[in-house]
Structure formats: C-alpha cells, structure tokens
Design a protein around this ligand. Sequence first.
Ligand SMILES: *Cc1c(COP(=O)(O)O)cnc(C)c1O
Ligand SMILES: [Zn+2]
Length: 416
Amino acid sequence: MTAVIDSGLDSPARFGAAAGLTCRECDATYDLGADHVCADCFGPLEIAYSFGAVSRASIEAGPQTMWRYADLLPVRPLVDLQVGMTRLVRADNLARALGMRRLWVKDDSGNPTHSFKDRVVAVAASAARTLGFEVLACASTGNLAGAVAAAAAKGGMRSVVLIPADLEPAKVTMAAVYGGTLVAVEGSYDDVNRLCSELVGELPWAFVNTNVRPFYAEGSKTVGYEIAEQLGWRLPDQVVCPVASGSLLTKVDKAWREMSQLGLVEGSPYRVFGAQSDGCAPVATAFAAGWDVVRPVRPSGIAKSLAIGNPADGPYALDAVRRTGGAIAAVSDAEAIDGMRLLAHTEGIFAETAGGVVVATLRRLLAGGVLDPDAETVLLNTGDGLKTLDAIADVARPTTTIAASYDAFVAAGLAG
Ligand SMILES: *Cc1c(COP(=O)(O)O)cnc(C)c1O
Ligand SMILES: [Zn+2]
C-alpha cells in the first residue's frame, strides 16, 4: 500500500537514520515505505540503518523521552505523547526474596497509556504521518488498542482499533475513551489479526502492526537503550522479557548490539531470557523441543496481553535467546498471580498479568539453575496492574470489614 498524501518533508530527514527495508530471510532490500513482506520470499522486512554521528552526549542532550534516541530510530517524532524514560528500579527486596544479588525492574507501566506499547505506537504513528496516512489502525491484544487510540487523538488522526470481544474491561474502556472507532470482534486475537491482514490490502490505512510493522517494531529498541543509559552506559548480564509476538525481546537484543557497535556501551556479553504463560507458550515449547519453527497454539489464561498463538517474531526470538545463551520458559496462571503479588509485596510495583508472568518465569529459571542468581539482571514490567484487576481481585481484598467504631476496630483484633 502506498502513501496517499505526501508529507512534504525531504526524504533524508523524514526517515531519520533509516536507509531502507531489508528482508530478514533473504537480505533483499527495498525503499522505505508501508511494506512489511518481501516480494521475493515473503519473509518479514526490517529497517536497515545508516547511522550518523551519535554519542552519549548527543543523546543526553535530548528530551527526557524515548525521542532522545531519535538518531537511532527510523522517523522523526511527528506524534509525541512524551513516551519513555520510564523508571529503572533497583529491586533489592525482590532480589533478597529470590536469593539474587543485583536485580532491576524496568517499569514501563509509567508510560502515557500504562504499557510499553506507547513506544512502538510512537514510532508507527510518526511513520504513518510521514508516509501520509490519515487513519491509524491495529489489531490488539489490549494494550496496543489504548496506545493507538491515544496517539491518534494526539496526532490528529482517525483511529480504527480491532480487539477480541473478550478483552479485560479496563482495556476496552481505555481504548474507547480517546475517541476513534473501536471494533470488538468475536474471536481470538489471532482471528482479529487475520481480519486485519485482509483489511490492509483493501484500505489506505496504516495498520501499526501490519503494513508499518517494520517501523513499529523499532520502537521497542528504546527499552534496551534506556536500560543501558540508566545503568550508566553499560549492559546488564541478564534480561527477562515477556514474549507475545516476540518482537520486544528481539529489539532489546538489537538495541544492545547497536549500542555496542556504535561505541555507546562497552560490548559486554549478556543473556536474553523470554517469559510466556502456559496458556500460550508456543515459543517456550519450541525452545524446549529444540525446534527452529514455532507451532501455533490456541491461547487461554489470564495473560491476555501475551496471548498471541501464532507469534510473528517467534523464530527470531528463539535465535536471540539461543545466540546469547538464554532460555525461554512458561509459567502457570497461579504462578503469574504469585509473581504479581511478590513484586507488589517486595517493591511496591503493581504489574499487569504479563509482569507477573515475567517475575514467575525469573523464579522458575532460577530454581532450574538456568539463570545466574549472582549476575546483574533486569526484568521488564510492561504493563500496569490496573489493567488486569480481575485476575487478582479474589486474592487482593480488604483484610477485614468492620463497623465505623473504635470498639469494632479493637474487636477485629486490629489494635494489637
Ligand atoms: C504487547 C505486549 C508485550 C509483548 O510484546 P511483543 O513485542 O509482541 O512480544 C509484553 N507485555 C505487554 C503488557 C504487552 O502489551
Ligand atoms: Zn526475502
């Protein structure tokens, strides 16, 4: 699909450091545009760069948002909700509980729509504007819906968001409140995604995770850049990432490789770990079985934001994990809920179910001796617990309910 309106910007500036699109499978190259599939082999396209001068100082002089890394991204910030530079929390209490030494939580619940999806949408929406699109669309497992609707509102674009009808109520409300068209589809995320794949061929719209996916995916690199900068311009030894499509995991790895190549950090070795839930573990299953391909599954369970049964970047996530000496594991819903509670009890961080999956997977990998308890580790919390209240409501309740009197307080045993 080609652009409908020219944005009028000259092309070198328009696409930042991006030089073209390249096929991840056969290395064919293409001009920058709203394309995501190789015409030769049908492999996925990725942004190729020709980086200019970029230094720690030039980054540090930038804004306190993900756009401080604009020189490493494929667009200029045409749509800006001031995303990113979320906190990196030293998690000593959680580390102690897990028998670890140096542990950090990168907490992306602090983004404008309370998940890491604001990062990918910031780049996708800016690319859509650059390419002249007027409609920003997506298929969403939940967090993307709100991020797209909010970015479209800010960017003066129309949004059309398609979600599975059984999404968590908070995510439906969040997607609706920014205006735009919200379409609940009877089916799973993979059904919604398939519908979007049909629509993208018919409509002159920017589907953030389809035709502008090469741009979109690059937004996840900023998680990796920020972790390295916030650690004082160095890489941790280990990172644990949630895996839905697998894109975030591969882009954290890509970010750290780029920073090493550009001399922004010393190129120290690191290991990348992936976290899935038993209800949707196609990449963890492939890892355990030693497969290069990822066999699709039908998702279930509470970690709906990770419920992609046919993950587009699954094989690339496997590559990154195997190349760095990491692993991918999956945990039960009960373990994920325990993970949410442990993070809240120890660090005062209320993560959505996906964050619970990451904490529980970290625990599982430690117990199996797969992850080194003495090595510096960063775990990613990608969403806010307020989005998945239902999952935890039964076990996070008032200690007791009493009448509004001193006697009732004492009778309930609260004064001792
Ligand atoms: C989308 C999402 C992810 C993972 O995204 P992928 O890049 O598709 O693997 C992780 N956590 C949350 C909360 C998300 O919404
Ligand atoms: Zn190809």
